[in-house]
Design a protein around this ligand. Structure first.
Ligand code: PLP
Length: 431
């Protein structure tokens, strides 16, 4: 498989090159030159396959001949070695729970897949790879765990002191080994600025191979298709509507990609919080990126969603076609909190704020379409967000996998937002 840049100035590259580079020089995004078509009986046969088999069949055409099938099979098995249950919440709404992985959020899948690809490609080159990530919470945890104990890779994580939730902080700071966590006395923007400076530092690049585990990397983006296949594997009846809590639009873009391959999904809802650039675009045709505002569903606080261009690409930049397959709505924090309370009261199910945005958006859609049924992607476990207990007025039950974190040794270095300190740490890791 070749990948072209959505800006069309950088040359096409293979999967290996696309993973190692992350982003083309022309600042576009890599996009597959042709989208594979599933065989007619793929969905039928899927019911007999394991999740690892399905993942392998879906991703194999995208990886091309960049690694032996046996290695790719192993990577797929390690990537999806936890549950993805489809749980009924109400008469017509189901949740695909994507939070049974090590950091209780859906980003685990992409991070695990990417880390193992990077391990394979950096062993091939015989050079240590250093991954640097700035995080406001969810991404860093998933990346740190995805790369933990992966040979040939060192991870440096930057997070803003006092701005991540309790569980997120535990997930970021208790790994040790090849994961170095830096707690910055500053904001998320400071963290991001320092990561960017490191990634563009030419003299540093001579001494260390540095990469970001950014969500636009094809090795994080493409495996997200698996969720939609796992949902349909557990679904009976006519094709569902799927409501996806969206921030950078990587998850939703991978779902659309799966349907172009032939997976039967009737309609997508891009469920957004107050950061409504895409809902506004579908309404007016104007794409107006702007600074993000903070909300309860903070992993979706994005003012210029980087993966949206991949969705435009799939519809040939034809907005009428796009709108026939996908709608987009913005849900307020008040409605999000009310949805968490109502779903808990009526169905005994605890949503996290991101899943609640998707639930509210789907509920509104189903009110207007009485013969349809739908699925929300529940992208994180509610215990990750300190707000949920407050909204429900009760402490949440802590899953065993989280309780275990409380006993682990915390290891973190607190630093000022000073690039030279981070640079020294990176150089030490590169040795
Ligand atoms: C990252 C994230 C999202 C948004 O996903 P995108 O692919 O960026 O649209 C939604 N929910 C949670 C919990 C997340 O961590």
């Amino acid at each position: 498989m070749q990948y072209f840049s959505t800006n069309r100035r950088s040359p096409e590259v293979g999967f290996r090159e696309a993973v190692l580079r992350g982003q083309p020089d022309d600042r576009g995004l890599y996009f597959p030159a042709s989208i594979p078509r599933l065989s007619a009986d793929f969905v039928e046969r899927m019911h007999d396959g394991t999740d690892a088999d399905i993942a392998f069949d879906v991703i194999r055409p995208y990886v091309g001949g960049c690694m032996p099938d046996e290695r790719l099979q192993e990577i797929c098995a390690e990537t999806v070695n936890f549950q993805f249950p489809l749980v009924q919440i109400s008469d017509r709404i189901y949740a695909l729970e994507l939070f049974h992985g090590p950091t209780l959020a859906f980003k685990d899948v992409g991070a695990r897949f990417m880390s193992r690809c990077l391990q394979y490609f950096s062993a091939e080159r015989g050079r240590k790879t250093i991954v640097i990530v700035a995080t406001s919470g969810d991404t860093g945890g998933a990346v740190a765990h995805g790369f933990h104990n992966v040979d040939g890779v060192e991870v440096v994580i930057l997070y803003p002191k006092g701005r991540v939730s309790r569980v997120q902080e535990l997930q970021l700071t208790t790994l040790g080994g090849n994961v170095t966590t830096l707690e910055l006395r500053g904001s998320f923007d400071d963290c991001q600025a320092i990561a960017k400076q490191a990634l563009t530092d030419a003299s540093l690049a001579e001494r260390a191979f540095l990469t970001s585990a950014n969500s636009i990397n094809v090795a994080r983006w493409l495996p997200q298709q698996f969720y939609y296949f796992f949902a349909l594997k557990q679904w009976e009846g006519k094709p569902p509507v799927v409501s996806v809590p969206s921030g950078n639009f990587g998850n939703l873009a991978s779902g659309v990609l799966a349907t172009i391959s032939g997976l039967p999904i009737d309609h997508f809802i891009a469920a957004c919080n107050a950061n409504d650039v895409v809902p506004e675009f579908l309404g007016t045709g104007n794409y107006r990126p702007r600074p993000s505002v903070s909300t309860l569903s903070n992993a979706m606080d994005v003012g210029d969603p980087s993966n949206f261009v991949r969705i435009l690409e799939m519809f040939g930049r034809d907005n009428a076609q796009l709108k026939s397959k996908m709608s987009a709505v913005s849900i307020s924090d008040e409605r999000t909190a009310e949805t968490i309370r109502e779903v808990h009261r009526n169905y005994g199910y605890v949503l996290d704020p991101h899943g609640a945005v998707a639930f509210a958006a789907l509920e509104d859609h189903l009110d207007r379409h009485p013969d349809e049924k739908g699925i929300i992607l529940e992208t994180a476990h509610p215990v990750k967000f300190d707000s949920v207990a407050g909204i429900l007025g009760t402490e949440l039950e802590v899953p065993a996998s989280v309780a275990e974190f409380y006993d682990r040794q915390k290891s973190v270095t607190e630093i000022d937002p000073d690039y030279s300190v981070v640079r020294e740490i990176i150089l030490e890791k590169a040795r």
